[in-house]
Design a protein around this ligand. Sequence first.
Ligand SMILES: Nc1ncnc2c1ncn2[C@@H]1O[C@H](COP(=O)(O)OP(=O)(O)OP(=O)(O)O)[C@@H](O)[C@H]1O
Ligand SMILES: [Mg+2]
Length: 400
Amino acid sequence: MSLSDSALKVLIVDDNPEDLATYQRFFRKDPNHSYQIYQACSGEEAQALYHSTSLDCLLVDYMLPDTDGLSLLNELKKNDRFAPPIIMLTGQGNEDVVIKAMRAGAADYLSKRLLSVEVLRRAVTNAVEKHRLRSKVREKHLALEKANQELLRKNSEIQSFYHSVSHELKTPLTSALEFVSIVLDGLAGPVSDQQREYLDIAKESCEQMRFCINDLIDSTRIETGKLRISTGQYALSAVVDSAIRALTLKAKDKGIDLISFVQQDVDDVFIDKSRINQVITNLVTNALKFTDAGGHVTVRVNGDPKKPEYIQVSVSDSGKGIEPQKLDRIFDRLYQVDNEVSSSQNGLGLGLYISREIVHLHGGHLGVESTPEMGSTFWFTIPMVEQGEMLENIPRELAS
Ligand SMILES: Nc1ncnc2c1ncn2[C@@H]1O[C@H](COP(=O)(O)OP(=O)(O)OP(=O)(O)O)[C@@H](O)[C@H]1O
Ligand SMILES: [Mg+2]
């Protein structure tokens, strides 16, 4: 709504009849706007009118019979943060009040001595325009806040939905896996080669589903701050070896050369063995997934010469690589680089999201360097000492 659409409702608070008549005259002379003028001769009258009328602007004289303009301003602002703009009218001798009034939230001030039609018009219309703009911004802000709350509510609904679905699926899946294993082991009678082949496929599919379900459960744990690690002192090299052993067949099937270089003299570290195994498995699985047959995947474990208090594990591949502008996003929940490779491969886009959180919980960092069509190196660090111990060594003022 523009200012000229309807009469501006202005309350003038002044007990001097001559001044009141002058303001009235000035407002009438404004050719661009019409005004509906209200008058109050005291703070009390002003308060009553203020509460009963929807005003666009107030002009408040400093000298009032029952109070002063500054106290009235404070009173009105105190009870209504979004009060319409208040312009202070100051006479000679009380200019010092101006600073206080502006600090208390007055929209403007006018010296009674220098008042003219133009000065009054400009002050009132500016103040009303600014106030309306601010109100619009505030309304938008409130609407955005509301929409945000609604999104958060829906998000938590979805989270709890897929958390319960994951748990519901886990039990029948475990039992399916167990029975497939029983049959495969020949406990239910002899198994022909063809039956074994089919059962292997069924088992592999169940395993894949189990990975997905576990990732979904981990993801909701991260969202709700419930992902925990339980550390002990272990040789990282052994954990890497075991993760690689489990993936050797997969690499062979795809025709990828999977090798590891483990620096033997690295000390034991405090880790959650199965969680670190999960991180290494995620990184190597990704490397195998995004590398074509004939490629190489190399896992290295070594101390970091630049940061001797950390040990580093890296997984390099000669695969597709990732474009620089997408590198930041690959650690986001559910993000998958939109190319034919990732969409043709299974997965939810949770592996790196979960891995990064696990590494953070260990006090380390997970990073990546990649060149499209050349390959990628994902690496993570783990502190050599227990996290609690590291904090104990930091001076108290820095740790807090
Ligand atoms: N070694 C890699 N080479 C090329 N792209 C990769 C590599 N590792 C990850 N990416 C990209 O990052 C995305 C996210 O990886 P992430 O491991 O989180 O998910 P995913 O492997 O697609 O699915 P999930 O891990 O849930 O099975 C992948 O979809 C892929 O686009
Ligand atoms: Mg993955």
